[in-house]
Write a protein that binds this ligand. Structure first.
Ligand code: PSU
Ligand code: MN
Length: 304
């Protein structure tokens, strides 16, 4: 059935109508997470990985006020070139930005909301938002965690960057009833590194088992699921080195009075600048790795 609020790409609409596997992809990682032109190469490359895995990619964004599921071609190029000149839309921003006719990258929270509305249950990204360090004072907790509580979409990620307080992020996910499933790992990964020192509460070792775990959560009325897929060992970065750059970035944010929705993009940009190409290469590698697993999960769910 047509949804007059959503613009669906032709290929995505056909796949959904036929019950074929589809993987949602977010776009704040394109506009606010990586510099141009690497962001565009990443976005196109990740779509190819999803296709190679037997699923149809659906990049989601707000284009001139239209919530769009299946951004491709020149529209994807415009979005990537706009970068931080585009807005950053979390779930609460969708109504106002739609009314304003804005173009925006959608965060994990906003992408989940639009994916669920389109009927897409699997979503690949790099890292989720979470509880920021110092949140006991700032109250800065990403809306990603609250959307995960309520919206039945499986989010395949490489854990959370340690710009965040990972322990408190996991506590909020537990409170909100969000399962955290390690893929072929007992540890919750820390984005650039395969371990964070915190455990993932469940583990699955193959896509079919993962699909049963996720489908079971939904069958019993659950919302979002975090599938934590560690960065490939060959692409992982040295934890101590990254932590030093993260500490510097957080100090710079405090000195410049950066907060609210500007904080995460500020920290990400500082990290890219401080580590040069290395962190960007690792970031791209782990997103591709997540896209491959998301495709396998979508295929397994469609076959079930
Ligand atoms: N973490 C990353 N890369 C990203 C983001 C987070 O390592 O690109 C983006 C995602 O789009 C995520 C958003 O949903 O930042 C979270 O922003 P906030 O903390 O303002 O909720
Ligand atoms: Mn925030």
């Amino acid at each position: 059935m047509a949804d007059r609020l959503l613009t669906l790409g032709e290929e995505v609409a056909a796949a959904l109508a036929a019950g074929r596997p589809v993987v949602a992809l977010e776009s704040t990682i394109i506009t606010h997470g990586m510099p141009f032109p690497q962001n565009l190469e990443m976005a196109k490359g990740v779509e190819q990985v999803v296709r190679a895995g037997g699923a149809v990619p659906a990049t989601i964004a707000l284009l001139d006020g239209r919530p769009t599921v299946g951004v491709a071609g020149p529209a994807l190029e415009r979005l990537a070139a706009a970068g931080m000149r585009a807005a950053k839309a979390s779930a609460r921003d969708l109504g106002p930005l739609t009314a304003a006719g804005a173009t925006a990258g959608t965060t994990v929270a906003a992408t989940m909301r639009l994916a669920a509305r389109a009927g897409i249950a699997v979503f690949a990204t790099g890292g989720i938002g979470g509880v920021h360090r110092g949140a006991t004072e700032s109250f800065d907790i990403s809306a990603d965690l609250l959307e995960l509580a309520r919206t039945p979409v499986a989010v395949v990620c490489a854990g959370a960057k340690s710009i965040l307080d990972i322990g408190r992020t996991l506590e909020v996910l537990e409170t909100q009833g969000v399962p955290v499933i390690g893929y072929r790992t007992d540890d919750f990964p820390a984005f650039f590194s395969r371990t964070s020192g915190f455990a993932a509460d469940h583990r699955c070792d193959d896509p079919a088992t993962l699909a049963r775990a996720v489908a079971g959560h939904w069958a019993l009325g659950g919302g979002g699921v975090v599938v934590a897929n560690p960065v490939p060992a060959a692409d992982a970065l040295d934890g101590a080195d990254i932590d030093r750059h993260i500490a510097d970035a957080i100090a710079a944010a405090a000195a410049e009075g950066i907060g609210g929705k500007a904080l995460t993009p500020f920290l990400l940009a500082r990290l890219v600048a401080a580590t040069g190409g290395r962190s960007l290469a690792a970031n791209i590698a782990l997103v591709r790795n997540n896209a491959a697993l998301a495709a396998a999960l979508a295929v397994a769910l469609a076959a079930a």
